[in-house]
Design a protein around this ligand. Structure first.
Ligand code: ARG
Length: 459
């Protein structure tokens, strides 16, 4: 048991207590951030003449050595230390002797861990953003390819009106684009440096907090030392943004599962992205999409867990806050993993154009357009709605589509119908006439695609 404290204790910590309290098993993942923060701290301490140049150089050399050895595998981060901060400090003293004991001057583990977590999270936000961008690139590529791939658009999971695959995928493009902008917002709001807040009330040393913040690429120092050590808002925001990413991925996964079903057959998953059954030889299952849908719950759970952990915590630092890490790490790993896998699955998936178009032809997706035809010939919309309703009913009885009715059958319900009704309700017309911005018509879709392309190129 290697601890940074013990002076005022007369007994050893109980082993169970030690294990319960320790965080090394999970905070070891930010050893590099811990070392980076310490290097900035001693650089500032020397500039403020709190340490000598010589002491600073020795400490930095020792810290860099620790990082290198951890990275080349010669130094293992073992659980005999309470946390990553103790591990680094103990190793530093082991390497460079007593001067290593000066590293923690004007610092507490409370502002240190607050810093480490921010440094770690900042990097992860950039990674999440990169993965989201990768997904958007695949979506845009598919959108360009499928501006004339017709498919049914649904409401209530009932066929509603025909759209294109480009349009359907474009909806997800908007969702993931918003997810990216949420990442950017969080980064901007969290980017202040807590180092120098001490345990809770700052320090008596003449620290230059602006300088440390600058060394660590923050926009500036945090402005209240109590808030600095007990702020976990940015983690809650990130968990919320990741929950939204997962909610989007889960909806999309649900659609992939439906599209891949025997009944729909809109898509075929690549063999590399599907799995088989141990008993049923014919099976090719969409396990990746199902796992993404399933893992969404973990990320939501982490959000609820941290919100709940924080709700009763008085100022300033309390050990409850250590509970942020495992949840946030797991949520980040899960979201990143799901983004990468989903992107690969989408990129390799085959879309079955004929099946999609056939499906759009059946199910009366052009009924609104038949009513609009009547409206364009002077029939009030409510009457047109009733007339087409009657036609649909007779189609159901005869097991026909609107396109298959003869002109006589049309005229039997309304004499307004003429030969051009077939052209007016063809799928191509139904889609191509919808050309207001945001609609599936090819011209409108191409304008949107150009805008999204410019957005991706600018980022
Ligand atoms: N492992 C702790 C955490 O994650 C580090 C801070 C320890 N501070 C303290 N006062 N015990 O929150």
């Amino acid at each position: 048991m290697a601890q940074l404290w013990g002076g005022r204790f007369t007994k050893e910590t109980d082993k169970l207590v030690y294990d319960f309290n320790a965080s090394i098993s999970f905070d070891k993942r930010f050893y590099a951030q811990d070392i980076r923060g310490s290097i900035a701290h001693v650089t500032m301490l020397a500039r403020q003449k709190i340490l000598t140049e010589e002491e600073k150089n020795q400490i930095i050399e020792g810290l860099n050595g620790i990082r290198e050895d951890v990275e080349n595998g010669t130094l293992l981060i073992t659980e005999e230390y309470e946390d990553i901060h103790s591990f680094v400090e103990a190793n530093l003293i082991g390497r460079i002797g007593d001067v290593g004991k000066k590293l923690h001057t004007g610092r507490s583990r409370n502002d240190q861990v607050a810093l480490d977590m921010k440094l770690y999270t900042r990097d992860e936000i950039l990674e999440l953003d990169g993965l989201l961008k990768g997904l958007l690139e695949v979506l845009l590529k598919l959108m360009k390819e499928h501006t004339e791939t017709y498919m049914p658009g649904f409401t209530h999971l009932q066929k509603a009106q025909p759209v294109t695959l480009a349009h359907h995928l474009g909806a997800y493009f908007e969702m993931f684009r918003r997810d990216r902008s949420r990442m950017k917002d969080i980064y901007r709001r969290m980017n202040t440096c807590p180092l120098g807040a001490g345990a809770l009330a700052g320090t008596t040393y003449p620290l230059d907090r602006e300088y440390t913040a600058e060394l660590l690429e923050f926009d500036g120092p945090t402005l209240n030392s109590m808030d600095s050590v007990s702020d976990r808002d940015y983690l809650i925001e990130l968990l919320s943004a990741m929950s939204t990413v997962m909610m989007h991925l889960s909806r999309f996964s649900e659609e992939v599962i439906i599209w891949n079903s025997n009944e729909y057959q809109f898509v075929e998953l690549d063999d590399a992205y599907s799995t088989g059954s141990s008993i049923m030889p014919q099976k090719k299952n969409p396990d990746i999409a199902e796992l993404v849908r399933g893992k969404t719950g973990r990320v939501y759970g982490a959000l609820m867990s941290l919100l709940t952990a924080m709700k009763g915590i008085p100022l300033a630092y309390n050990k409850d806050m250590q509970e942020d890490k495992e949840q946030v790490f797991d949520a980040i790993d899960t979201t990143k993993g799901c983004l990468a896998l989903f992107t690969g699955m989408l990129d390799t998936m085959k879309f079955r154009r004929e099946k999609m178009a056939d499906s759009a032809k059946n199910g009366f997706t052009n009924a609104t357009d038949a009513a609009d035809y009547l409206v364009n010939h002077g029939v009030p919309f409510r009457d047109a709605h009733g007339i087409v309703g009657q036609l649909v009913l007779s189609c159901i009885e005869k097991d026909k589509a609107l396109d298959d009715l003869t002109l006589e059958e049309y005229k039997a319900v309304s004499t307004v119908f003429e030969e051009d009704i077939y052209e007016a309700i063809s799928m191509k017309t139904c889609v191509e006439m919808r050309n207001v911005i945001g609609a599936p018509g090819k011209a409108a879709m191409e304008k949107v695609i150009a805008q999204e392309e410019a957005y991706l190129a600018a980022e």
